[in-house]
Design a protein around this ligand. Structure first.
Ligand code: ZN
Length: 570
């Protein structure tokens, strides 16, 4: 029954779609739809259309095309294998004809065979088919408008998968015309892959795409870039022009060349770690490690072993001796963030490390000398913590030798523009997206906001702005968080129109833009009146009485003016 060579068979085979449809079973108790032994799904065409768009948007046309082609291929190959077991007595040509019938049954496309020549034994194949009502062509046009080239990739993959599984060798199809590109219907031609002299590029789409490798490689690159940006800091990279900032920076610079323990005070998000890093980078220890630890981020049970290290067997789970952060920072700087959160026991060990310059690993009897410069930071009032007996007095005095207070961002508004500019550059690099500037209006909103989350919040806002902004464009007001812009809008409304209708405090943007429009386009006084009448009517939903009220007129006055302008009220 192999090797059935036949010539043009324009009419569909007898084993048609009706017989196939009778094998479709809905099993409502188990929630299955079966076609033969394959579980099928009823899926909204619109969902597949949306997926197509997402694939193209996120992966690009090329990758999306390959992915859809391979999905189609898998489905076609499965159908071919099923058709063979379903109709063991069918000829090869008949079996090939079942492919179009199945594709139609599955709701994808109405397919008619124009030519089916195949000889499985000798690997000969030539198939030509016409597609009517192609789902993919419709979907593509709906999403992107008319295309310049054929787009029925998944259907093409199906044809390829079906024919290849039937033939036992790879059959490549090409769509010679496509409804999405303006043709009345789609047509495809299939031949063994080696008979296509110029199909190399198309055949590549059948190879699984290592897109995850690319993404991982990009992520690595991003990580290292981010690392480079975040760690290549110098005191001069801490930007600020406000008196509060300058004072803190100057205090810090003067401490850099001594070994004094520095205590950084300030609200969450003011950038204490950046200051600590900068201090380290301008100190003689710059070539040695900078080690940071957030004392509040670790559970009490872990913080001591993290700070001071642990000897093998000290407790269950301590299977290896491990150096703590103190030892790892040897010769360099140890940054202890949120030092006020340390347990009483950790506080006494820290005091000893600061006073004696030595640490003892947990479970160890030896002490180890450590040469470490400590920079501590806190966002709580340590003095008050001492009074409440939550913090050791002697440790507080030991830490508080050289306190530096970093003011919150709302107290140094002069720094906002500078910081925003720096974050813009940094986030542009981080997201590999060039964003040129921040619009005046957006900057105005940034400067008017109170920044409870301080510099960190500003950086987040700029990062979001970079993501939302047009490539090559500026961060606009609309790209900022609503909380920031609504602040501005509210202030604007307060300074909008006064009761008597006069502009109380100039909203220079809106009024300016309006005047600009009027003067530039020669609207004229009469025209302005017309514009106002129309606007009032629109806002009042066509109600003349309330439109008149909006403009401080009586209904007859308003109606008279409308008439004069040749407009009619509803
Ligand atoms: Zn097409």
């Amino acid at each position: 029954m192999h090797s059935a060579k036949q010539h043009p068979t324009p009419q569909p085979v007898d084993l048609g779609v009706d017989d196939l449809a009778s094998r479709l079973r809905f099993s409502f108790d188990s929630g299955h739809i079966w076609l033969g032994e394959s579980r099928m799904l009823l899926l909204h065409g619109a969902a597949l259309t949306a997926l197509r768009k997402e694939l193209i948007d996120s992966l690009g046309v090329d990758r999306a095309r390959g992915m859809l082609l391979r999905i189609g291929y898998a489905s076609g190959a499965r159908d071919a294998r099923w058709a063979r077991t379903l109709y063991p007595a069918a000829t090869d040509t008949e079996l090939l004809g079942i492919g179009p019938a199945l594709h139609m049954l599955e709701g994808v496309v109405r397919c008619t065979p124009d030519l089916m020549e195949l000889d499985i034994e000798h690997g000969k194949f030539h198939g030509e088919f016409t597609w009517h009502a192609s789902f993919e062509a419709d979907a593509h046009v709906q999403l992107f408008g008319q295309s310049t080239e054929p787009v029925c990739w998944m259907q093409l993959g199906y044809a390829s998968g079906y024919s290849s599984a039937l033939m036992g060798c790879f059959i490549h199809y090409r769509e010679t015309q496509c409804a999405a590109a303006g043709a009345p219907c789609c047509r495809i031609t299939g031949r063994p892959a080696h008979e296509w002299p110029d199909a190399e590029a198309e055949l590549r789409y059948f190879q699984p795409d290592p897109v995850t490798d690319h993404i991982l490689a990009l992520q690595d690159r991003l990580q290292s870039l981010r690392y480079a940006i975040d760690h290549d800091l110098h005191t001069d990279d801490l930007v600020g022009a406000s008196p509060g900032f300058k004072q803190a920076a100057s205090l810090l610079k003067r401490a850099a060349h001594s070994q004094v323990t520095v205590l950084l005070q300030g609200e969450t998000g003011v950038g204490k770690e950046l200051f600590a890093r900068a201090l380290h980078n301008v100190s003689p220890r710059a070539a040695q490690p900078f080690v940071a630890i957030n004392c509040a981020a670790l559970p009490e049970a872990l913080i001591e072993s993290e700070l001071f290290g642990v000897e093998k067997g000290a407790f269950t789970g301590a299977q290896q001796s491990r150096a703590g952060r103190f030892e790892r920072a040897a010769g360099g700087t140890l940054f202890l963030d949120e030092v006020g959160e340390l347990s009483a026991s950790a506080q006494s060990k820290l005091l000893r490390a600061l006073q004696e310059g030595e640490v003892e690993r947990i479970g160890d009897t030896r002490t180890r000398k450590v040469d470490v410069r400590v920079v501590a930071a806190t966002n709580v009032d340590l003095e008050q913590a001492v009074q409440e007996r939550r913090f050791r007095k002697d440790l507080f005095y030991r830490l508080n030798i050289y306190p530096v207070t970093i003011p919150p961002l709302r107290e140094r508004k002069e720094d906002i523009a500078l910081l925003a500019r720096r974050f813009l550059d940094k986030c542009s690099a981080r997201h590999d997206k060039k964003v040129s500037s921040i619009s005046d209006e957006a900057l105005h909103a940034l400067q008017g906001y109170d920044w409870p989350g301080n510099v960190r919040e500003l950086e987040n806002v700029i990062e979001r702005g970079v993501i939302l902004a047009q490539p090559g464009g500026a961060i606009e007001l609309g790209d900022l968080f609503p909380s920031i812009t609504s602040d501005l809008t509210r202030k604007r409304q307060l300074t909008g129109l006064a009761r008597d209708g006069s502009v109380r405090a100039h909203d220079e943007h809106t009024v300016g833009a309006f005047l600009d429009h009027v003067l530039r386009h020669g609207v004229g006084l009469d025209g302005v009146e017309g514009l106002l009448l129309d606007a009032a009517l629109t806002r009042s939903g066509g109600n003349v009485a309330s439109a008149a009220r909006l403009l401080g007129m009586t209904r007859p006055q308003f109606a008279y003016r409308l008439k004069r302008h040749g407009r009619s009220g509803a």
